[in-house]
Design a protein around this ligand. Structure first.
Ligand code: NAD
Length: 302
């Protein structure tokens, strides 16, 4: 049996695969080369570079499984794969801790003005009074979306002695009770929280979930963090709220357009910005490779 690894993944995943199959690692493969060779393979592993299009899938006569070593599967034509009976798998759980830790970093960076303080010291300044911060302890954390990542953020924020309130209409009340968390509607969460963190997928329902009206409901010193998907927060409304001190600050890892070239948000001191790196750790990449390699092995073994 033959497996093609078309984008670079952690070596541990490749080693595991080699125990059951011939593994071809070709991380520079072009779309044309993939099209002409895909019929040789039972499995393909990709990250985000390689596009597994309908055209590729139609030529993939032996293919049993398409594995994405990561979270989204935007680069795989799932409809075409399903029509051909090819399984598509990913590893959404591989990044949960990594994204939760980044979220903590974003909260602390915003609360303690770490990024702008760092910039100031490197400019040879010593502006101690400019960087008065706030503690996380005894503050209320509002979580929007209590899934894999949201619940890991909650665990960490409890260790920081924060109170937690959650908006997630799909989380059953009994599950919330078992987790020891309070559920509330979005308006209440926005009204009472000092830190609001977003962990929902981007869907028609969550597009601009946080817009002008929601930002107006928030406390004047509240912080909002988005390490989920661009588009959940309306960036024009966020710019107005931040530049008029309607909220205390924001921290974004994701943007409506990436990169957010020319975005007026980037001129603001009360915005912390990272370039969609919340999931980027060695551990998350290793785990993604191991998880999808195991899935491929299961399928190849039948
Ligand atoms: P998940 O599916 O485990 O959890 C999502 C939660 O959101 C679920 O509990 C669901 O009930 C809830 N939800 C869905 N629609 C909702 C709505 N309209 N209002 C409130 N809650 C709603 O997902 P996850 O693994 O925790 O990931 C969360 C998000 O983080 C995903 O959108 C994912 O794309 C994003 N993410 C970003 C990065 C990054 O690099 N920045 C990396 C990984 C994941």
């Amino acid at each position: 049996m033959k497996v093609i690894v078309a984008d670079s993944i952690n070596q541990k995943g490749i080693d595991n695969l080699k125990e059951v199959a011939e593994v071809v690692v070709d991380t520079d493969i072009t779309p044309e080369e993939l099209l002409s060779t895909i019929s040789e393979y039972e499995a393909i592993i990709v990250r985000s570079r390689t596009k597994v299009t309908r055209e590729v899938i139609e030529k993939a006569d032996k293919l049993k499984i398409i594995a994405r070593a990561g979270v989204g599967v935007d680069n795989v034509d799932i409809e075409a794969a399903t029509e051909k009976g090819i399984m598509v798998v990913n590893a959404p759980e591989s990044t949960s801790i990594t994204v939760a830790e980044h979220t903590m970093g974003m909260m602390l960076t915003a609360a303690r003005k770490i990024a702008i303080a760092d910039k100031s010291v490197k400019e040879d300044k010593w502006e101690k009074s400019r960087f008065m911060g706030v503690e996380l302890r005894n503050k209320t954390l509002g979580v929007v979306g209590m899934g894999r990542i949201g619940s890991q953020v909650v665990n960490r924020c409890k260790a920081f002695e924060m109170d937690v309130i959650v908006y997630d209409p799909y989380l059953p009340k009994e599950v919330a009770k078992q987790m020891g968390i309070d559920l509330a509607d979005l308006e209440t969460v926005l009204k009472v929280s000092d830190f609001i963190t977003i962990h929902v997928p981007l869907t028609p329902e969550t597009k601009h979930l946080i817009s002008k009206k929601e930002l107006e409901i928030m406390k004047d010193d509240a912080f909002v963090v988005n390490c989920a998907r661009g588009g959940i927060i309306d960036e024009d409304a966020l710019y107005d709220a931040l530049s008029n001190d309607k909220i205390g600050g924001a921290a974004l890892d994701v943007y409506e357009e990436e990169p957010p070239k020319g975005s007026k948000l980037l001129s603001l001191d009360n915005l912390v910005a990272t370039p969609h790196i919340a999931a980027s750790t060695k551990e998350a990449q290793r785990d993604a490779a191991i998880i999808v390699a195991n899935e491929v092995i299961e399928v190849l073994k039948g």
